[in-house]
Write a protein that binds this ligand. Structure first.
Ligand SMILES: [Mg+2]
Length: 371
C-alpha cells in the first residue's frame, strides 16, 4: 500500500474568542492511499501552522513538508513513516507544532492500519485492558464562583461522577480561587469528584498553598498549576502536595514525558494523542505505569481525538478514567457521525469498529472549513 495524499483541513467556528477552549477550531489530517483506504487524524495545536507544515515545499534535505515526505511511503509501516518525518523535519519540526503535526499523522496511520486489518486500533496495540472508562466531564470554570456552581449542578445532574473545571478566572486572587472550588464542590454535591485545572497560573510555592487550601474540598487532582517547562517546580510541588498533581498535556515527545515523570515527579501524566500521537501516548503511558504513576488522556477536540484517546488508554494497563470534553461546540460533538456519550454509570465506551471506529461527518467539514 502507498500513501497518495496527505491533507490538512482547518475548521473553525464563525467566532473564535480568547477563552482557553480548544473546541473553537481544529485541524484534521486526512491520509489517502492507493488501496482506497482513508485514515483520519486530528491535531491539537495552531491549526493553520499545522496546515503550513503539511503543505510546506522542500527547502533542503532535513527541511521538508509532511506531504512531500510521506507520499509514496507505505502507511502500514507506521514507525518507518514517523522516522522519515523525524529526518525530513529535523531542522524545524522536532518539537511543538512540528511534533503536533506528526502526531495527527500518527493517528491517521493507525486508523489506516486498523481499517486495512479490519480491526480496532486497540487490538493492534495489544489491548484492550479495558473497554469502559469512568468519564470526567471537562469544562472551563464559569466566570464567577456562582456560575461555576451552576455548571457543577448541571453536569452532576447529567450523570457524570467526576467534573473538571479549568482555566478562566483561576489565579486572579486567593479569595476567588478558593470560592471557585468551594462553589464547584457545593454544586456537584459530595458524591461527585471535583478536578481542578489551574491553567499554568502559579509558581510552585503558590501552587502548594492552593493545593493545601483545595484539599478541604476533596479535589481529585490539581492539574497544570505551573508552566510546562517548570520541571523543577513540579518536582518540589509533587513532593509536598497533599493532593495528586497532574500535567504533561503539553508534551509531544517520549523524552519529555519521561522527564516529567522521573524529574518532575508527577502523579498523573496526561498525553494528548493530537499532540504526541497514539504510538507515543502508549509508550509514555507504559513508562509512567512502570514508574508507578497514572495515565489519563488529554482531549479537548472532536470525536477523532476522543476515539484515539480511548484506543490508546485501553492499551495501557491500569488506566481507569478518561477526559470527556463537554464544551458546547459542534466541532466537539458533531464532527464524527458516531456520537460519544456516557452510560448510566457515567462511563465512556471504547469504539470497536475498524481503525479508530469513527466516520467523519462531511457536512460538518463543509460547514466549518476555513482552510
Ligand atoms: Mg489541562
Amino acid at each position: 500500500m502507498k500513501i497518495t495524499g496527505v491533507t490538512a483541513i482547518v475548521l473553525a467556528l464563525p467566532e473564535v474568542t480568547a477563552a482557553c477552549d480548544g473546541t473553537q477550531d481544529t485541524c484534521l489530517i486526512r491520509i489517502d492511499t492507493d488501496a482506497g483506504i482513508t485514515g483520519w487524524g486530528e491535531v491539537d495545536s495552531c491549526p493553520t501552522v499545522v496546515k503550513a507544515i503539511v503543505d510546506a515545499p522542500l527547502s533542503h534535505q532535513i527541511c521538508n513538508g509532511i506531504r512531500n515526505t510521506l507520499v509514496g511511503a507505505d502507511p502500514l509501516a507506521i514507525d518507518v513513516c514517523m522516522q522519515r518525518m523525524d529526518e525530513t523535519m529535523n531542522y524545524y519540526g522536532r518539537t511543538a507544532a512540528g511534533a503536533h503535526a506528526q502526531a495527527g499523522v500518527n493517528i491517521a496511520l493507525w486508523d489506516i492500519l486498523g481499517k486495512a486489518c479490519d480491526r480496532p486500533v486497540h487490538q493492534l496495540l495489544g489491548g484492550p485492558f479495558k473497554k469502559k472508562f469512568r468519564a470526567y466531564c471537562s469544562i472551563l470554570f464559569g466566570d464567577t464562583p456562582a456560575e461555576t456552581g451552576e455548571l457543577a449542578r448541571r453536569f452532576s445532574d447529567r450523570g457524570f461522577t467526576a467534573i473538571k473545571f479549568g482555566w478562566g478566572p483561576m489565579g486572579q486572587s486567593e479569595e476567588k480561587d478558593i470560592a471557585l472550588v468551594r462553589e464547584a464542590r457545593k454544586g456537584a454535591g459530595d458524591d461527585v469528584d471535583i478536578l481542578v485545572d489551574a491553567g499554568q497560573v502559579w509558581d510552585w510555592k503558590t501552587a502548594l498553598v492552593r493545593a493545601r487550601q483545595f484539599q478541604e474540598f476533596g479535589i481529585f487532582w490539581l492539574e497544570e498549576p505551573l508552566h510546562p517547562q517548570d520541571v523543577d517546580g513540579y518536582r518540589r510541588l509533587s513532593e509536598e502536595s497533599p493532593v495528586p498533581i497532574a500535567a504533561a498535556e503539553a508534551e509531544a515527545n517520549f523524552e519529555e514525558f519521561e522527564r516529567m515523570v522521573v524529574d518532575g515527579g508527577l502523579d498523573w501524566i496526561q498525553p494528548d494523542p493530537g499532540r504526541c500521537g497514539i504510538s507515543t501516548f502508549v509508550e509514555a503511558g507504559k513508562m509512567a505505569v512502570r514508574n508507578r504513576r497514572k495515565v489519563v488522556n488529554h482531549s479537548f477536540k472532536s470525536g477523532v481525538t476522543l476515539s484515539a484517546s480511548l484506543q490508546a488508554l485501553s492499551a495501557v494497563p491500569g488506566t481507569t478514567v478518561c477526559e470527556f470534553c463537554m464544551a458546547d461546540s459542534p466541532l466537539r460533538h458533531e464532527l464524527t457521525n458516531e456520537v460519544f456519550d456516557i452510560d448510566d454509570d457515567g462511563f465512556a465506551t471504547l469504539p470497536e469498529g475498524p481503525g479508530l471506529g469513527v466516520t467523519i461527518n462531511e457536512a460538518i467539514i463543509e460547514k466549518y472549513r476555513v482552510g
